[in-house]
Design a binder for this molecule. Structure first.
Ligand SMILES: *[C@@H]1O[C@H](CO)[C@@H](O)[C@H](O)[C@H]1NC(C)=O
Length: 364
């Protein structure tokens, strides 16, 4: 029935008509055009679609709120989405910087500009005035400068990712006010200074990745209050002091990576008797014995205690663990017999100790 109306000509007229009258908020339009002019992307022509006056129309990566018709989302993710499969794979590339004009997009709730490799400059300070922001994902660029000091004002923020950039400075103290934050990823930057002692205030946090920075100081014991935390990666930093015993009391913590730091003291027994499945404490300065604290509830897919100063025997209770997949106790000062159940393990898992013996090493 509609067929007679939608001849190609009427369609064309309709399209021409609608784009002539339809226009998004003039301030959003102006802000987006400024944003566009600060970035350069030639390979995929993403910004070719950013023409006309209706930024809520078919601008690639821009979405608007239905009712207010204000820009709610900028989502520009490099990768397979924009690559055609016929061409040999070349990573997507965009250069330029993020214009502070985006702060005029007052209804923005999602800002994703990720994996473009070449985007540099700083995160606009004014971003913390975008009070509806829920998602900031700037992963995989060359963004430098510090995180905005007043980022804690973004009270709806649930995801903050700026991993794989060149961000410097400290973790802003206000970050711990982001009580709705579920996902924090600042991996592989140049962040210095301590982890805020009151990090435990981030009650909604389930995944926290701060690895590959230059973070110093001790691990805040308050982290144990984040009872939703599943994944904590603080590896490859300059952390010192002991491992808080309280980390072994977290009910859903499954992955704990503290490797390649300067942690000292002994391994809390509770950590081994906890629900953690992946534990890497390798390359630290941990000393004392391996606690005789394994039990039937232990299920480790990965247990790496290599490159520390651990001494004494391999605890007997280790045989009672319900599963230990990958194990590495090498490069310590352990001594004594290796439990029978590890006879088929690769010898390198026990090598470079003082006097471990039995299979897979030589007989005692
Ligand atoms: C544990 O951490 C060390 C040091 O960062 C790393 O070299 C090693 O590969 C990690 N272990 C596993 C099994 O991933």
């Amino acid at each position: 029935m509609a067929g007679i109306w939608f001849t190609p000509l009427t369609l064309l007229l309709l399209l021409a008509f609608s784009s002539a009258v339809r226009s998004c908020s003039p301030s959003d339009l102006a802000a987006l055009l400024h944003f566009k002019s600060a970035l350069h992307e030639s390979r995929n022509g993403i910004f070719n679609s950013w023409t006309g006056t209706d930024c809520c129309g078919n601008w690639l990566g821009v979405s608007c709120d239905r009712d207010s018709r204000r820009v709610a989302e900028i989502s520009l993710r490099a990768g397979p989405v924009y690559t055609t499969f016929e061409k040999p794979y070349r990573p997507d590339y965009m250069s330029g910087y993020i214009s502070p004009e985006i702060c005029k997009l007052t209804h923005l709730s999602t800002l994703i500009i990720s994996d473009w490799q070449g985007i540099s400059g700083e995160i606009p300070r004014c971003i913390s005035s975008l009070s509806f922001l829920r998602i900031i994902d700037l992963t995989g660029n060359r963004i430098s400068g510090t995180l905005p000091a007043d980022i804690g004002k973004l009270r709806y923020l649930s995801l903050l990712s700026a991993a794989d950039n060149l961000i410097t400075g400290e973790i802003p103290a206000t970050l711990t006010s982001l009580t709705g934050l579920t996902h924090l990823d600042l991996r592989n930057n140049k962040i210095r200074g301590p982890i805020p002692q009151n990090m435990g205030q981030l009650q909604m946090l389930s995944r926290a990745f701060l690895s590959g920075n230059q973070i110093t100081g001790s691990i805040p014991g308050s982290i144990c209050h984040i009872y939703r935390l599943v994944d904590l990666d603080l590896s490859n930093n300059h952390l010192s002091g002991p491992i808080p015993e309280s980390l072994g009391r977290m009910s859903v913590l499954s992955t704990l990576k503290l490797d390649n730091n300067r942690l000292s003291g002994s391994i809390p027994g509770r950590l081994l008797a906890s629900g953690i499945n992946e534990l890497n404490l390798s390359h630290n300065m941990l000393e004392g014995i391996i606690p005789d604290a394994f039990g039937a509830s232990c299920y480790f897919t990965l247990l790496d205690l290599s490159y520390n100063n651990l001494k004494g025997p391999i605890p007997k209770s280790m045989s009672s663990a319900s599963y230990i997949g990958y194990v590495d106790f090498s490069h310590n000062h352990l001594c004594g017999p290796i439990p029978n159940s590890y006879g088929n393990t690769d010898a390198s898992s026990f090598a470079y100790n003082d006097c471990l013996c039995g299979k897979p090493l030589k007989a005692c």
